[in-house]
Design a protein around this ligand. Structure first.
Ligand code: HEC
Length: 184
């Protein structure tokens, strides 16, 4: 600890950056990370999932207002889910074989970006057996159902049905610790 001020490892790399570059790095940290991540996800077609990778936008959801859905939407979504998704993701969203659970972990996977990212992925890649088969309304209904199953309470404002509008809201904060896969 004697020479900490001289040789602190954290200061070494900083001297290699100009002040401008450093500021840009700090301000754009999340953005840069997303840019670096995006090619990593898309550049290895040999290992990509058959329906294409999960690509998230570089927008952080931190400053977006929480999304709202109605109970009617979630009810319709539950029906569509039963028909189009339950065969793989399970009747209680718990997942099966290589189809992941759509509760709990899903929040961590998607809540750092706008809700439009999840909507776009779902709409384009799911159902895995016939990707893109559902309408925008059906996908929004199912998304409302997924929010419901992840502990988000229904509200008065319906969930929008376009990726653009869903890109302006975030996954509402929920206590993931209280969720168990497929159960509440
Ligand atoms: C034929 C089986 C199958 C069907 C049907 C299916 N899925 Fe999937 N789903 C999968 C598999 C397998 C994955 C994992 C894909 C991957 O990791 O690339 C997945 C991944 C997902 C994910 C990403 C989960 C995460 O945490 O990132 C979502 C969301 C999703 N599915 C939603 C749906 C919805 C909504 C439907 C119904 C419209 C549906 N799926 C129908 C097999 C299926």
């Amino acid at each position: 600890m004697k020479n900490a001020s001289k040789t602190h490892p954290a200061t070494a790399p900083l001297t290699m950056l100009t002040r401008g570059a450093l500021t840009a790095r700090l301000v754009g940290g999340a953005f840069v990370a997303a840019l670096l991540l995006a090619p990593a996800l898309t550049s290895s077609p040999a290992h990509a999932a058959p329906h294409g990778p999960r690509v998230k936008s570089s927008t952080s959801a931190a400053n977006l207002p929480p999304a709202s859905y109605t109970a009617e939407q979630a009810q319709r979504g539950a029906e569509s889910y039963k028909e189009a998704c339950a065969v793989c993701h399970g009747p209680a969203l718990a997942g099966a074989f290589d189809a992941p659970s759509l509760t709990g972990r899903l929040v961590a996977n998607w809540s750092d970006g706008p809700l439009g990212d999840l909507f776009t992925y779902m709409s384009g890649a799911m159902p895995l057996s016939s990707p893109g088969a559902l309408s925008a309304e059906e996908n929004a209904d199912i998304l409302a159902f997924i929010l419901h199953e992840n502990g988000v309470a229904a509200g008065k404002t319906p969930l929008p049905t376009t990726a653009a509008a869903l890109g302006k809201v975030r996954f509402p904060k929920v206590d993931v610790q209280k969720l168990t896969p497929g159960g509440k």
